[in-house]
Write a protein of this length. Structure first.
Length: 105
């Protein structure tokens, strides 16, 4: 059953990322999605849930919600100067979201 739930979680995450990108295709929307995904994955793993839940929500949903390929594409599109600032901001916000999750739980 876990592979089916994993696939469902991945489909939901990818659909969420696509929907947000469809409404507002910009580096800001990707930054929001990556930060939200980092918060959720931090909460899931900090809550010490079952391995199946961690796999489905943490890896499936959050893995497809926050894709490195979209991040890399946005970095390339923004160019060296703005891309570097965007990368630094992404690392700062995503790390902060995970730290917040550890403080909450």
């Amino acid at each position: 059953m876990t592979p089916v739930l994993f696939a469902l979680g991945a489909a939901l995450g990818a659909s969420g990322r696509y929907a947000l990108g469809f409404m507002e295709k910009s580096w800001q929307s990707l930054l929001i999605v990556n930060t939200l995904g980092s918060l959720v994955i931090g909460l899931v793993f900090e809550a010490d849930l079952s391995t199946d839940v961690e796999l489905v929500v943490g890896v499936g949903l959050c893995g497809s919600l926050t894709t490195f390929s979209s991040f890399a594409d946005e970095l390339h599109r923004l160019g060296p100067r703005r891309g570097t600032a965007y990368a630094a901001l992404t690392v700062l916000l995503c790390s902060s979201a995970i730290a917040l999750a550890t403080l909450v739980l």
